[in-house]
Design a protein around this ligand. Structure first.
Ligand code: CS2
Length: 505
């Protein structure tokens, strides 16, 4: 039906929902023009612009894909956010983008926008995988081909290379103050980004980065932020539904849950939009928000996704609807994640947990287990090592975190003879090829777990020496291979609830 409807444009009489903002200029450059940014930061920015106006439009840069850029260009940079729950669906049009382009096609343009004094904030949603970080060295991955090339010069293609080269050009052009704001699910994401940008500049030959480092000291901030909204991938069915609701066709709508949260450290030397109007919280406690979110929400989300996929289930609501998976999710939150976090002032962990289960049960969203299970090699590293180490340090084996890792390995690097099913096959992961090649010849789960956790240090250096944890991961993977996922869930939940079995020396 959408083919017959007029395309979404500014000023169309057919619009059921008018754009909520019309920025005077673009003070923000955003790297990572995916669905999440468009359903989160853009919505807060629209609220800020509607309340206060100003030059806080957004120039959106997609890293490689043309789809969203082409769609937005054809629609005057408008698109709809469909807020969906089982009881209701509503549309909004955050008209905050003033331009969009593909970074890989025009890398020099990324640099020149960062250098331009009119840009006062660069925001990032480039995923956990976009930071060129090596967990083995805990530094910028200078062995990465993209980083090596960007260090040699020419128009940079990696995010860290683009930031560093852009800031270098900005320092030369007068050094106007600005903020670089990471909106990815990483612990201390601001500090992490700053460290990697500085390491890039330090790697440049013969002190070439010295002036830029001095400029960073004087005028550039890297605030941390915690972002939260469940945003599944867009489907053809959503496009049709939005077309019906809107009376105009939208090629690039985004679906999202009603819940949304943003906690930001307030350090913006070049100014910022009034994001608090849209509900953002400016706080010194971002680290606490981030820990709660990355562990209780994202860590448990991974567990649900892998157990769901291994049970042959397509979506997160179907997975959490299974009593055994719900029990495992409650056990990992109560027993293994909660003890590792300190709640920020005013946030009640019991309420937060209650909300999580409601959010995961949102059956109208269709959030897929294969989407949440993708990129586990980079996501789990943010979610599991610290709480696992904390439990181990207190003499407890974290059985459900071990089950999360065993579930992950069983999905993307199955042991010989084990077929994890279609949902697992649909998961993408940068480490899939190398891990599955190893798994195909592994004698058992312990072999595989040792290789991944101890030899490759996929989850960092400290977990690499935790033999009891590694063996438990391995044994659970073997159990999944031999007897299926249900037995492994029961074994882990049972062990976690039994005080003697839960201890280790
Ligand atoms: C999910 C997140 O895909 C995943 O790994 O855990 O994308 C999650 O939906 C968001 O972080 C929610 O804010």
């Amino acid at each position: 039906m959408t083919n017959a409807a007029p395309a979404l444009r500014r000023g169309e009489a057919a619009l059921a929902a008018a754009p909520t903002a019309n920025p005077a200029g673009a003070g923000i450059l955003h790297l990572g023009l995916g669905s999440f940014h468009r359903a989160h930061q853009a919505v807060y920015t629209a609220a800020a612009l509607a309340a206060e106006g100003g030059e806080w439009g957004i120039i959106g840069v997609a890293s490689r894909s043309r789809t969203v850029v082409d769609g937005l260009r054809a629609q005057d940079f408008l698109y709809s956010v469909a807020t969906i729950s089982p009881d209701a669906a509503s549309l909004s049009i955050p008209g905050v983008h003033t331009d969009a382009f593909v970074g890989a096609d025009e890398p020099a343009r990324v640099v020149s926008h960062i250098a331009d004094a009119r840009t006062r904030i660069v925001t990032l949603t480039v995923t956990e995988n976009g930071y060129s970080y090596s967990p083995a060295t805990q530094h910028l991955d200078v062995e990465d081909a993209g980083i090596r090339r960007d260090l040699q010069g020419g128009a940079p293609l990696t995010t860290i290379g683009q930031l560093a080269r852009g800031l270098q050009a900005r320092a030369l052009a007068g050094g106007a103050p600005m903020a670089v704001l990471s909106c990815d699910n990483l612990a201390a994401n601001g500090k992490h980004t700053e460290k990697l940008v500085r390491e890039f500049l330090q790697e440049l030959p013969a002190g070439e980065g010295a002036d830029t480092l001095a400029y960073l000291d004087a005028a550039v901030s890297f605030p941390s932020s915690m972002v939260d909204r469940i945003v599944p991938a867009t489907t053809p069915a959503l496009r049709d539904r939005v077309g019906l609701l809107l009376g105009a066709s939208d090629a690039v709508p985004v679906p999202a849950e009603p819940f949304s949260m943003w906690a930001i450290e307030d350090a913006f030397p070049g100014g910022r939009p009034a994001w608090q109007v849209g509900g953002a919280v400016f706080t010194d406690e971002v680290a606490r928000y981030e820990q709660v979110k990355v562990r209780l929400l994202n860590g448990t989300h991974s567990l649900i996704a892998y157990l769901g996929a291994l049970s042959g289930v397509d979506t997160i609501p179907e997975a959490i609807g299974r009593a055994s998976i719900e029990e495992a999710a409650r056990a990992v939150i109560r027993g293994e994640y909660e003890p590792s976090v300190e709640a920020p002032t005013g946030l009640d962990l019991r309420d937060y947990e209650g909300q999580l289960f409601e959010r995961w049960a949102n059956s109208a969203l269709g959030h897929r287990t294969s989407q949440v299970g993708s990129d586990g090699s980079v996501k789990l590293r943010q979610r599991i090592p610290e709480p696992a180490l904390l439990a181990l340090g207190n003499g407890h084996l974290p059985h459900l975190i071990a089950l999360t890792v065993a579930g992950y390995l069983s999905c993307i690097a199955p042991l010989p003879g084990f077929d994890p099913g279609a949902q697992a096959a649909a998961m993408t992961d940068p480490a899939r090829d190398s891990l599955s090649a190893f798994a195909a010849t592994a004698r058992n789960g312990r072999d595989l777990a040792r290789h991944v956790i101890a030899d490759l240090r996929l989850f960092g250096a400290e977990l690499a020496s935790q033999d009891a944890f590694i063996e438990r991961v391995g044994d659970l993977a073997t159990m999944i291979q031999r007897h299926g996922v249900d037995g492994a869930i029961a074994d882990a939940v049972d062990a976690a609830s039994s005080p003697t079995k839960g201890q280790h020396s």
